[in-house]
Design a protein around this ligand. Sequence first.
Ligand code: 5RP
Length: 258
Amino acid sequence: MDWGMKNRLARIINPKDNKTVMLAVDHGYFLGPVSKLEEPAKTIAPLISYADALMLTRGVLRASVDAASSVPIVLRVSGGNSIVGKDLSNESITVAMEDAIRLNVSAVALSIYVGSEHEHQTLVNLSRLVDEGQKYGIPVLAVTAVGKELAKRDARYLSLACRIAAELGAHFVKTYYCEDFGKVVKSCPVPLVIAGGPKLETELDALNIAHAAINEGASGVDMGRNIWQSSNPVGMIKAIRAIVHESASVKEAQKLLK
Ligand code: 5RP
């Protein structure tokens, strides 16, 4: 791996413990003004100093994040669909690599939809993005999206999707926690981070997932709704940080919520 690529990845995944707490606020690219992210600047401001990286679109980055901020950016560069459209998997690359470079991003992120109608298109999107990333030293995060088929979140499907992403050259992969998550980690040769998914019933549920994922080999989280839809977003990101970077137990992390 070239120096620039390694350097950018090291800004996101802390080389001291090989872990990261990414804050995902890219949801608007297909969900619109989702609850608690109606005004992205207000959601991001209190949380940004606790995030190792921020995942978002170029529109929200330019409009809602101070350019003087030193937080590494993971730029969402796929889209072209919406929650009310016919098929969430019908995604294209929506940002030129030149614009990502202009924005000084540390990585670019794109969704793949393995097993969907547009599987081929999204996998070719990933391959092309990796080619572009290799040219300029920009790491690529592949997101194993499941669309509306939440039933796909099992180890068999996620191992398949994560492995394909890594085989096509993704430098790190974002997926979901599932039963037998260790199997997903073992068969994916690049770092894996987990999404939180829709807001869980309690904060404890989200902490349990983060803790289990780290114990089973995840390199961290790229979490959104379970942080900023919580009634205590700052407490929540602090608790997640403790689990990811300080090997805190769920009980210890829970204390940070108070
Ligand atoms: C959408 C995404 C989101 O960033 C991702 O799902 C993480 O957020 P959450 O923890 O809310 O699921 O990539 O495709």
